[in-house]
Design a protein around this ligand. Sequence first.
Ligand code: PLP
Length: 413
Amino acid sequence: MKKNDPRLSCKLENISESITLKLNSKAVELEESGGDVYNLTAGQLPFRTMPEFVDALKQELNFIKSYQYGPVLGNPKYRKKVIEYTEKTRNIDFSKRDQEFDCAVSNGAKHTLSNIFGTILNLGDEVVLISPCWISYPEIIKLWGGVPINVRGHGHGTFTPVIYDVRKVVTPNTKAIIINSPNNPVGTYYSKEWMEELADLLVEFPNLIIVSDEIYFKLNYFDPQPTYFYQYRPELLDRTVIVDGISKSFACTGLRIGYCIGPKWIIDGISKLQGHTTAGPNSLVQNALANFDFDHLDNYLNPIKIHLRRNAVLLQEKFRASTLSQCWYQSTSAFYFLINLTLTPVFSKYKKNENDENDYAKQICMDLLEATGVVVVPGSDFYAHNCCRLSLVLEQERFTEALDRLTKFLTVV
Ligand code: PLP
């Protein structure tokens, strides 16, 4: 365990800092000194949000209520709308269940996840994660006294773990499991068959709480739409918390609105926690959301999805043309692609011998940046050994140039 400043809480000792931040500051340094930097680290859509949503925000500017405390769990009209929207888009019906469900709005999905784990975890409780996964999951779990248990997806193909491997780590004592589909950093969603199989496993563990992080739900650029385990076994809804928000699909990471829908007994717990930590999130933004027509979302996202699909196809073409086909898989959603560096020719320059299991991703990303100006995120930030993540959001011309530079670097021995 790394020792930190003795004046600080020991709770922080085991919490890692993101490597991405270091790389970003290096990239900024390079840019400021006149270098041509191709930043493929973006975790957000670089576009303006919907004009209709901007109008909805403007409408709220002159109301006193927009500047005052709102209810702890969020604006009731927005919460109701979000529940209806989730039922419609996921094809589920909470009223068919025997228990009550509710919604809690928080300051972004990250805060929502922190609230969920703060509400359900006791010291030493195990939470199963499927990696590669978003770096904040294990850190949030540790902050709340939990123990992350990692199931590795396969390095080849689409990084999807076999359900058999999940089964090996889930026990009757496991407190929760996180499912993130579409997935950051892989850029795919789990198949219908996988979700069905997962559902069959989850019903065997009646005390397990399932956290379904669906923040990239609207961002699938290849049909069909993602499906979820609870659609195959609706009884699982009774202990599932669905997480979503406006950061990714509204291109509004800075407005900090996320939410979860789950059984009322969990949402009541979140209410206690949120009531004494942050209180209800931004009133102005929630009021605008309460009056905003979510139907605008599809029109807004369609051209963005076409852009992401084009860049995904471009990536496939460039990888094929430069003998990198072995690291290619079909990305379908979110806006990421994960490269298994061990399958690239350049890796032989780093690996010392056959048994060398060290993680060289950080070094490779630094060398890539220095040699080509291309910035990608080392997989160590995602529990993805010797991998790096690139973002597909850059405009096409610069994305093409970035890919040319990247593929050249990866194929030089
Ligand atoms: N979940 C995943 C998988 C993410 O990738 C992110 C952000 O990158 C979040 C949650 C958090 O989103 P927010 O910006 O709403 O806090």
